[in-house]
Design a protein around this ligand. Structure first.
Ligand code: ADP
Ligand code: MG
Length: 718
């Protein structure tokens, strides 16, 4: 009987039990698992190169016969094993190649005179001899199997414990041989199919040419991406089946808010508010990611969305990751919204407060409010009563600002119509789930200032709609970024004092060296004393994670009001803090921070009209640090920083892909294969647009792609 792709390997009697145990240890249980255990690289063994006579920079693959072996001992128990290899059909000018292994006992047991070997490595000149040190090698044992392992473009698999290349190759070769073509067919929709779709799995392992290998890889990467996008599209379709409530305020409250703002919105802000309004107006719960660089003005946009909800009578929640940020939002909302008659409440672990504005209950007048709403201040001649709420009266809270305390002690907050999550990358998965799984489903807006490269947004956030603020408010002072060695501190100090003398304020940030509470406080205060002395007589204050909450808030408030000139702090100011008069940020030991974090920190300045300066101090002269800091010197655009960060860090885990709840990629590379991801996404979206429940006959073959682990959806935004 032909082998089936989803069959368990254990059912194939030609795989012996001990081998099965080894395969299981590698997580290879089914035929599919083994067939998608892809080669790490291939070796062209169609025709072996002649033996070289000089060193090469490239690793090369050679074949020859072992004509001599010897074991050299030196020092205390140290050994070198040498095997001399002569090329097949040697001629007068042929030079043998010496293979050498240091202290590897097992090699000497495997290689015997007279054997034929295939080796892969870099030939190096050692004295007069050409040597390969620690080459990969394979002994040609069995002429019957020669067609699997040699005379072809041969797959080389990721190193695996206990299973040799030879064994894996033979297993996979046999499986491919026993599988029918239709079993190997990759599940791809018409628009992604190529001629190779049914041959791709065979070709990725045992390619017939370099060209088909490239095609096979592309086809399988597409299939992998397509699976990912189908999962995302199905999550999205499911989210859309949840029923929410449309929040269609007339927009009048919003208009009044915008008119009262001391600035005009940027075009990008206006566009995004329109996108949000459209979402809120629908009974499908909104699921939207709002990204915009630090300082691009996301808060105003969030407030606009909240106002639309408040106007239609719903409560809204605004979650921030830190107490400092929650307090700041609370202050801003009070200042801007109280005059509009809206009650704003604060819920943090440290403080709960309900700010109850002077508001008007207007009888008859429903012009600007929904059914349940409280209208704004009365117009003259209106028959309305003014009520000053007292704490005795249970307020109908409208906007709740808070930290995650909002999740656990939401006193007064019912099922919100809209949840806004600021700086969402700072939140845990569970925390977000807590608020958003309620019924009826609230609209959800998550905001992030950690710009995500486009391809990643497409992959990791593929089930969210994305709005982007890609424009900075006008009249922003320029930010100049400079990296300086530790020896430049005196110059930096002189510069800092000039700025302070001109009335500007500054942040001084230093990395936390020790996480322990005692040491942190100690390091912080030692640091602080140094800076106070250096900057005397300017007023400095200290802020770090261990400062008790009420004090934290007071310190922040004094800085905000300009009573303090310099804030010496740890990264507690990393997200969101907004003090436009602060124009200098000095970051000590900058090498210890990641690029994204440095960009966030830099976002604390350049928020007003003054020219701002970010000084990155570092005594580390390594090329890695230089490259990192140079990125920041060159650009202040968060998207460019994110791309560079990705390039520097490689294809690895940029945002915790592991948390995405999506299967790990075996072949595709999110960065290099970005265009393929785009095609896969378009195809998956098309399928779900035409057939959201996958009920059509032609879509049945895709159903198995969208089965999720225990139906845990939505775990992917952290
Ligand atoms: P972020 O996107 O980093 O959260 P904020 O919302 O904190 O940025 O906005 C940064 C600063 O810019 C705030 O002081 C805010 O009041 C101000 N701001 C927002 N939009 C505009 C605008 N269109 N014009 C001028 N200033 C603006
Ligand atoms: Mg913000």
């Amino acid at each position: 009987m032909a082998v089936q792709i989803d069959q368990s390997l254990g059912e194939l009697e030609w795989i012996p039990q001990p081998r099965m145990t080894q395969l299981r240890r590698l997580g290879l249980e089914t035929v599919r698992d083994l067939l998608t255990h892809y080669p790490r690289r291939h070796e062209d063994r169609r025709e072996f190169a002649r033996f070289p006579r000089e060193e090469t920079e490239q690793q090369i693959c050679l074949c020859g016969e072992v004509i001599k072996t010897r074991l050299l001992r030196f020092g205390r128990g140290k050994k070198i094993f040498e095997a001399t290899l002569q090329e097949t059909d040697a001629h007068a000018l042929s030079q043998p190649l010496v293979l050498r292994w240091f202290n590897l006992h097992y090699v000497q047991k495997m290689i015997l005179g007279g054997q034929r070997l295939v080796v892969f490595g870099k030939p190096r000149l050692r004295g007069k001899r050409l040597c390969m040190e620690h080459p990969e090698f394979e002994v040609i044992e069995d002429d019957a199997e020669i067609s699997i392992h040699f005379r072809r473009i041969t797959p080389i698999y990721p190193a695996t414990e206990g299973l040799s290349q030879r064994i894996l190759r033979a297993l996979i070769f046999r499986l491919l041989d026993e599988c029918r073509d239709d079993e190997l067919e990759t599940a791809l929709p018409g628009e992604l199919k190529t001629d190779l779709s049914s041959e791709a799995l065979r070709e990725i392992h045992f390619p017939s040419s370099e060209e088909t290998l490239a095609h096979a890889r592309e086809c399988l990467v597409l299939a992998e991406f397509f699976t990912m996008q189908m999962l995302l599209a199905s999550r999205r379709a499911r989210a859309r089946r949840r029923v929410g409530r449309a929040q269609h305020g007339s927009g009048e409250l919003l208009q009044r808010f915008l008119k009262a703002l001391p600035f005009a919105l940027t075009n990008a802000q206006t566009r995004v508010i329109e996108e949000l309004r459209r979402d809120l107006d629908s009974t499908f719960p909104m699921n939207r990611l709002l990204q915009g660089d630090v300082g691009s003005g996301k808060t105003v946009v969030a407030i606009a969305a909240m106002l639309l909800c408040v106007e239609s009578g719903a409560q809204t929640a605004f979650m921030a990751p830190t107490q400092i940020l929650a307090e700041q939002h609370y202050a801003v909302l009070q200042r801007w919204l109280e005059p509009l008659g809206i009650s704003v409440s604060l819920r943090t672990g440290a403080r709960k407060e309900d700010a109850l504005p002077l508001f008007t209950l207007s009888r008859g007048d429903r012009a600007m409010s929904g059914e349940h709403n409280l209208a704004g201040p009365s117009s003259p001649g209106d028959t309305s009563i003014q009520v000053r709420q007292t704490s005795g009266l249970k307020p109908a809270g409208q906007i709740f600002v808070g930290t995650h305390a909002l999740l656990y002690e939401p006193e007064g907050l019912g099922v919100p119509g809209l949840v806004v999550i600021d700086e969402q990358h700072k939140f845990g998965v569970a925390q977000r789930g807590h608020l958003t799984t309620r019924e009826p489903a609230p609209h959800v807006l998550v905001m992030t200032a950690t710009p995500i490269p486009r391809t990643l947004t497409m992959s990791l956030y593929g089930d969210l709609d994305v709005s982007t603020i890609d424009e900075m408010p006008a009249h922003r002072g320029k930010i100049i970024t400079a990296a300086r060695g530790g020896d430049k501190l005196p110059d930096v100090l002189a510069f800092l004092r000039r700025e302070l003398a001109a009335g500007r304020q500054a942040y001084i940030v230093y990395p936390l060296i020790d996480e322990s509470e005692k040491l942190e406080a100690k390091a912080a205060s030692a640091e602080f004393d140094k800076w106070r002395e250096r900057l005397s007589p300017f007023a400095c204050e200290l802020l770090h994670g261990r400062v008790p909450p009420p004090e934290k808030q007071a310190v922040m408030e004094r800085f905000r009001r300009g009573l303090t000139n310099v804030l010496v702090s740890t990264t507690v100011i990393e997200v969101g803090v907004d003090v436009p008069n602060a124009t200098v940020i000095l970051i000590e030991n900058a090498e210890r921070f990641g690029l994204a974090q440095l960009h966030q920190l830099r976002g604390r300045i350049g928020r007003g009209e003054h020219k701002s300066y970010c000084i990155l101090l570092s005594s580390d002269s390594s090329p890695e640090t230089a490259a990192k800091l140079e990125v920041l010197e060159k650009t202040s655009n968060g998207f460019e920083v994110a791309e560079a960060d990705w390039a520097i860090r490689g294809p690895g885990d940029l945002l915790g892909t592991a948390q995405s709840g999506l299967p790990a990629l075996k072949l595709g590379d999110l960065r290099r294969d970005a265009p393929l991801m785009q095609r896969a996404r378009a195809a998956a979206s098309r399928i779900f647009r035409d057939d959201p429940e996958l009920t059509k006959a032609e879509n049945q073959r895709f159903r198995h792609l969208i089965v999720e682990d225990g139906e845990k959806s939505f775990s992917h935004v952290s």
